[in-house]
Design a protein around this ligand. Structure first.
Ligand code: ADP
Length: 203
């Protein structure tokens, strides 16, 4: 896995995943990027699922998570009664090598004028909040809404990065957000957004 690590400057550091954390602005904010399958991420305490409102499984990352976690996950999800877009719910991780799975429902892209950025922002904030409430210090996210839901990844990445950065400041027990990107273009979009975010927000 390749890691870009947000640092206190606008430098992007490709240090190894095991290196000790750099901190952005002294606020304990660490955002790292990884290329790969989120179901294999054993460095996180929780992974986030890009679910749909039924919470009963689907394609893409949702299907991959259910396949890897095993049928017990679907059983647990059935009892949750679905989830609204922009909200998040938490379950056990079953066969995955983490403690928890946070299921959030991103918006379906309908051109950008239907509240999509606000809903995508909310997904990320609510997921970080749930992680904090359940003692998960490291949380791994996929590129929510950028697959079947059609949100252009170049537009989704800056929303995702800003939302998690601000949510981690609000919930300092969450010390790292990992973005586990499945495809190179998504990885590059998140790397560009991380550089821009760091440059813009530097005091
Ligand atoms: P959505 O319905 O929210 O768009 P998708 O699962 O269709 O969710 O896609 C979200 C992102 O997850 C896409 O960028 C897709 O390439 C990526 N993805 C698919 N499988 C995996 C996986 N196993 N690990 C990480 N990301 C994945």
């Amino acid at each position: 896995m390749v890691v870009y690590r947000r640092t206190g400057s606008d430098e992007i550091d490709s240090s190894a995943p095991t290196s000790t954390g750099h901190r952005g602005y002294g606020l304990g904010v660490e955002i790292t990027l990884h290329l790969g399958d989120i179901t294999q991420d054993a460095q996180a305490d929780a992974i986030v699922n890009a679910a749909n409102e039924s919470l009963l499984g689907g394609g893409g990352v949702d299907g991959a998570i259910h396949r890897a976690a095993g049928p017990g996950l679907l059983e647990e999800c059935r009892a949750l009664g679905g989830c609204l877009t922009g909200e998040a719910k938490i379950t056990g991780a079953h066969r995955l090598p983490v403690a928890r799975i946070i299921h959030t429902v991103g918006p379906i892209w309908r051109g950008g004028g239907h509240g999509e950025p606000g809903l995508l922002d909310s997904c990320h904030r609510r997921s970080v909040q749930l992680a904090a409430e359940h003692g998960c210090a490291r949380v791994s996210f996929p590129a929510i809404s950028t697959g079947v839901f059609g949100y252009p990844v170049e537009l989704a990445a800056p929303v995702a990065i800003r939302a998690v950065r601000e949510a981690m400041v609000e919930h300092p027990s969450v010390v790292e957000v990992r973005f586990c990107l499945f495809e190179q273009p998504a990885y590059e979009a998140f790397a560009a957004a991380l550089r821009t975010d760091t440059a813009t927000e530097r005091p």
